[in-house]
Design a protein around this ligand. Structure first.
Ligand SMILES: [Zn+2]
Length: 70
């Protein structure tokens, strides 16, 4: 029996697609009747929708391309 050591540490979450990494909750703003979700860290606009609920749902699936490159 041979024990193999993994040469590089694997980031948790990469091999578990069902598990989301820690993503800060998007900041929601109501602008001119339109809900806009933006990254709370850098302010990048993630998505927008007519209703707050829809906006939250859409934003929940999105990760900020600026803070989460790749
Ligand atoms: Zn960001």
């Amino acid at each position: 029996m041979v024990l193999r050591q993994s040469p590089t540490p694997v980031s948790p979450g990469l091999d578990r697609p069902g598990l989301e990494l820690e993503i800060p909750e998007p900041a929601l703003h109501l602008l001119a009747g339109l809900w806009v979700a933006s990254c709370p860290t850098c302010g990048f606009q993630l998505t927008s929708a007519r209703t707050q609920q829809r906006c939250e749902r859409r934003a929940a699936r999105r990760r900020c391309p600026v803070c989460f490159e790749g």
